[in-house]
Design a protein around this ligand. Structure first.
Ligand code: IDP
Ligand code: MG
Length: 152
């Protein structure tokens, strides 16, 4: 089914300057990029985005991570994309690999470029992708204005 998926290039990937490598892997999936922008993510936006982490012990560290606090990223910079196409969510999440890079297959994006800081309990996994077509729509509405997303 044709669907959309939000992808966020997280601050650790920006610090490592691997946005191009990540997008290169995702472009191989033959989906369409229908929106892209660099933005300053507010704390409110990040908390809404990660609402499902409420009550988790790593919520606060994840918010700090996404604000760029651990990666010397000024202005809370994140790069956001919307990909669209057949089974976009499944294809992208398969390319990303498991949430924790220690558990991600070596040939996945997170397995290749991510790292887990066990002591601080921060999962530096480089990229976010929506986990369902339904959640993608919720997330896209948070990160993009309607006119910023084209139909492929
Ligand atoms: P996902 O990013 O693979 O969809 P979620 O369970 O939705 O995984 O978690 C959202 C984000 O929260 C992860 O990408 C990661 O940044 C952080 N996170 C998830 N689990 C852990 C954990 O056990 N320790 C620290 N951070 C975590
Ligand atoms: Mg998720």
């Amino acid at each position: 089914m044709k669907e959309r998926c939000l992808v966020l290039i997280k601050p650790d990937a920006l610090e490592k300057r691997i946005t191009g490598l990540v997008v290169d892997r995702l472009e191989r999936l033959e989906l369409d990029i229908v929106a892209a922008k660099t933005l300053a993510a507010t704390e409110d936006l990040i908390r809404k985005h990660y609402a499902h982490l409420a009550g988790k012990p790593f919520l606060e560290s994840t918010v700090h991570y996404m604000m760029g606090d651990y990666n010397h990223i000024a202005n809370h910079k994140i790069i956001a994309f919307v990909f669209q196409g057949e089974d976009a969510v499944k294809k992208i999440r398969t390319a990303l690999g498991a949430t924790n890079p220690d558990n991600a297959a070596p040939d996945t994006i997170r397995g290749s470029f991510g790292k887990f800081d066990k002591v601080a309990d921060v999962v530096y996994n480089c990229v976010h992708a929506s986990d369902s077509a339904q959640d993608a729509e919720r997330e896209i509405a948070l990160w993009f204005k309607p006119g910023e997303v084209l139909d492929a």
